[in-house]
Structures are given as structure tokens and as C-alpha cells.
Design a protein around this ligand. Structure first.
Ligand code: PAF
Length: 284
């Protein structure tokens, strides 16, 4: 196995990318905040399949966390992350310090209307500005041919696709399926916050996703009825507190009355203090 290269500066990434470009190699990119799990692993494997070289970034981006969110306790484990990247054959890890990404005086942002206001945007009003800004910066640094994002963060994926289109970034965005634990819980770095009782309670999310899929499969087409049934199911779990359950158009992330076309049914639910998300997509 070739030893993985980990660099901390933008200059080092650019130097390596230039060399690969001179050799005519294609580049796949997986941006992450670290504490990697099989979900990230699946993105890296896909990138490995499709591109000559794979770059992963590990950067807990302060700009996408709100004032009362979990920035300070966000889990980190660079050694384990490096092992996972190495086992998949990632070629380069970019692991910058905050100062490298946001030098003193930093005051330029990438923001978006519309798509960022619904779903997670309601309770996290500055989140997507932070995501768009850091992902734009990372795209400018790595200049990949393809970049890989998980469908668990379906709104993020839609936002990034829109940003790339609107700002003429010549990068193909590849969405990859949600990876779940054996019992159904969607993999997330935040699952580590759950104590054993909460971990059990968290299963209500994937159970509710399955219920929603079943109801749509049986022909339910009224958003209101679907959302009510899903909320009712979530409310059977005493440790669960609903942030939102919504059905939106995949393109615009705006609420729909009827389940027609390409629809995202998404939820955010607090289990204790931990906010978890899950979703499913339908094409009808
Ligand atoms: O999905 C994430 O882990 C983050 O939002 C991303 C895309 C790495 C930007 O910080």
C-alpha cells in the first residue's frame, strides 16, 4: 500500500495537483469534516473507481456552525481518519488549520437564496453560507473533475449542485446513497453523541423513513397526510423532538402540496441534545 500524503497548506495541495494535471490524471475530491465512517468511505471508494487520483479534505469548518451548535465538541480523530483513507487508497489528505482557510481579514462569502431557506436552513440560518463558502474555497484549491457528496445531507447536495451551476464551476457533482447501520440508523459522525438509550431511540428516524416510503408506495400523494403520519410515528418515541418533517421539490427545496415529480421527504429530529437528519427521495 502506498503511503498516504497529508498536507496542511493550500500551497502543498496546489503543487501536487499541478503535478498530477501535468501527467494528465483526473482528480476526484471528497470534502469532509473528519471523524470518518463508512458513509465517507463509500464516497471515497466511488471517487477511487471513477478518478485517477483522490483527494479528501478533513476540515471542521467553523463558518457552518451556529453560535449554540456543537463546533467545540465536534468529534475528531485524524489517526483513524488517515487509516480509513489509506485503506481505500486515497492519495492526498488536505487537513488545514482554521487560519489557513480563513486568513486574518477574511470577509468574502458565497451565499444562496431560496434553496437554503427551507428544511435545515430554518433552524440553521447561516449554515449553508458557511458550507457554500468553504466548498467554493476547497473547489478552487483542489480543482477536481468530480466531487462526491452523500445523499444523507440531501439539501446540502442540492445547494452544491445549484452553486456549481450558477457560478459556472467546471466540476461534476456526484451524489452517493445513504449508508446505514445494520439496524437502519443513517451513519453520521454525530451518532457518537448518543448514549445507549438515545442510540435505541434514534431508530425512530429510520423506522419513520420506512413508514413514509411504504405510504408513498401504497399510493399516498397528499403531502399533509404523509407528513402527519410521519410526525405521529416520531411522537411515539419519548426522547424524540421534531425539528421538521417536510416534503419539498428536489430542484427548488420548496414545499409541495402534492407528491408529484422528484420529491425529497426530509426530517431533522433531536434525540436528547443530538440533532439527527434522515430522508428519502421519490420520483412519481
Ligand atoms: O458534509 C460535510 O461534512 C460538510 O458540510 C462539508 C461538505 C465537508 C463542508 O464543510
Amino acid at each position: 500500500m502506498q503511503q498516504i500524503q497529508t498536507v496542511k497548506t493550500i500551497a502543498e495541495v496546489r503543487k501536487q495537483i499541478k503535478e498530477w494535471r501535468q501527467q494528465g490524471l483526473s482528480i476526484g475530491f471528497v470534502p469532509t469534516m473528519g471523524y470518518l465512517h463508512e458513509g465517507h468511505g463509500s464516497l471515497m471508494e466511488k471517487a477511487k473507481e471513477e478518478c485517477d487520483r483522490v483527494v479528501a479534505s478533513i476540515f471542521v469548518n467553523p463558518m457552518q456552525f451556529g453560535a449554540n451548535e456543537d463546533l467545540d465538541c465536534y468529534p475528531r480523530d485524524l489517526e483513524a481518519d488517515t487509516r480509513l483513507c489509506e485503506s481505500i487508497g486515497v492519495d492526498l489528505i488536505f487537513h488545514p488549520e482554521v487560519e489557513e482557510m480563513y486568513a486574518e481579514g477574511f470577509c468574502s462569502f458565497v451565499d444562496m437564496d431560496g434553496l437554503t431557506q427551507e428544511l435545515c436552513g430554518k433552524s440553521r440560518p447561516t449554515h449553508f453560507r458557511g458550507v457554500c463558502t468553504v466548498v467554493s474555497k476547497l473547489f478552487h484549491i483542489v480543482m477536481p473533475d468530480k466531487a462526491y457528496f452523500g445523499q444523507k445531507d440531501a439539501q446540502q447536495l442540492a445547494v452544491i449542485r445549484r452553486m456549481v451551476k450558477d457560478l459556472d464551476m467546471d466540476i461534476q457533482i456526484v451524489g452517493c446513497p445513504i449508508i446505514r447501520e445494520e439496524d437502519g440508523l443513517a451513519k453520521s459522525s454525530r451518532n457518537t453523541y448518543l448514549n445507549p438509550e438515545e442510540r435505541k431511540a434514534a431508530l425512530i428516524l429510520s423506522q419513520t423513513i420506512r413508514l413514509g416510503e411504504k405510504l408513498v408506495g401504497e399510493g399516498m400523494r397528499e403531502t399533509k397526510t404523509l407528513v402527519e403520519a410521519m410526525k405521529e410515528n416520531l411522537s411515539t418515541e419519548p426522547l424524540a423532538r421534531i425539528d421538521y418533517v417536510e416534503a419539498v421539490s428536489m430542484d427548488s427545496m420548496q414545499k409541495v402540496e402534492k407528491l408529484e415529480g422528484e420529491i425529497l421527504v426530509a426530517m431533522a429530529v433531536y434525540i436528547g441534545k443530538t440533532r439527527l437528519i434522515d430522508n428519502f427521495m421519490i420520483r412519481v
